[in-house]
Design a protein around this ligand. Structure first.
Ligand code: BJW
Length: 239
């Protein structure tokens, strides 16, 4: 299998890594668009849009409360793919930016120091009234008071829904323009702007590689693609 050392990188080159739900699948978390995935069980318009939240906040809170409890289940742990990326970061002399679409905290638990959560974090809440972001490990409800402004009814999970602006876009776009390698792991390539990162990285001259269970929607845009489970591919690729 082609590996990182087959990509002609200098030791101080810059790497951008994008991860999606596929990297956490073998840790026991559902993906969105695989058979039996999250979007086959709930309508994304109901639970992952600001309009859905305005219509039925209780439903949206139940959806994210269930997923938060799932993430905090002791059985859910980072896997060999998360660990391999953390080890790569520790050993890499150049810039390495890890961008994840995932709202879980498995990269952090594996030892990655500062992943950018472009779609937010399940273990954080944000107050719609004052914008304060706070840690959140318990269920949220429409009755919660914001600990900062004291107002009620504005607490929501700090995640990015369809129609909302993903986080950290300026930093991500600057890193994409400058990177030498763009590595996409475990994402179907259906959701923008993340699905467009490969084209931006290529336009800046980066070598681009997809590691995914199956060819993604955007596979033809990559210089190379390797298909299989993340826990096998990622440690082998970055070793
Ligand atoms: C494995 C595996 C294993 C399985 N090993 N692999 C341009 C064109 C068209 C539309 C748009 C566009 N620009 C914007 C839009 C609108 C919209 C959009 O993209 N719509 C499309 C669906 C058409 N985008 C937005 O609204 C975004 N905001 C936005 O664009 O703002 C304006 C803007 C413009 C320009 C620049 C900047 C901003 C916001 C998107 C928010 C997405 N939110 C969600 C839910 C929130 C968090 C949560 O509840 O968890 O984020 S949707 C959901 O999809 C979640 C994910 O992060 C995201 C991506 O999913 P992902 O990670 O790819 O998972 P899957 O399930 O799709 O794929 C998993 C893959 O893994 C599969 O391929 C498997 O094969 C593989 N796999 N097991 C390796 N073991």
């Amino acid at each position: 299998m082609p590996a990182l050392d087959s990509v002609r990188l200098n030791p101080t080159d810059s790497i951008v890594i994008l991860t999606g739900a596929g990297i956490s699948q073998e840790s026991g978390l559902d993906t969105f668009r695989c058979a039996g995935g999250i979007w086959s069980k709930v309508d994304l318009e109901d639970v992952a849009t600001p309009q859905g939240f305005a219509r039925d906040p209780d439903l949206v809170h139940r959806f994210y409360n269930d997923r938060r409890r799932g993430l905090l289940d002791p059985a859910i742990q980072p896997n060999a793919a998360h660990a391999a990326l953390a080890a790569l970061e520790r050993g890499w002399r150049g810039n390495l930016l890890l961008v994840t679409q995932n709202i879980d905290d498995l990269h952090e638990r594996a030892g990655s120091t500062a992943p950018l959560h472009m779609h937010g974090e399940l273990l954080k809440a944000v107050c719609l009234r004052c914008g304060t972001v706070s840690d959140c490990r318990d269920d949220l409800s429409v009755h919660d008071l914001c600990l900062s402004c004291g107002r009620k009814g504005g607490m929501r999970p700090d995640v990015v829904w369809f129609g909302e602006m993903p986080h950290h876009m300026d930093r991500i776009q600057a890193a994409l323009e400058d990177c030498d390698l763009f590595l996409s792991i475990g994402t179907s390539g259906h959701v923008y702007p993340a699905a467009g990162f490969v084209a931006e990285a290529r336009a800046g001259g980066a070598h681009t590689v997809e590691l995914n269970l199956e060819p993604s929607e955007g596979v033809s845009r990559f210089d190379a693609a390797i298909h299989g489970p993340a826990t096998a591919l990622v440690p082998a690729f970055v070793a």
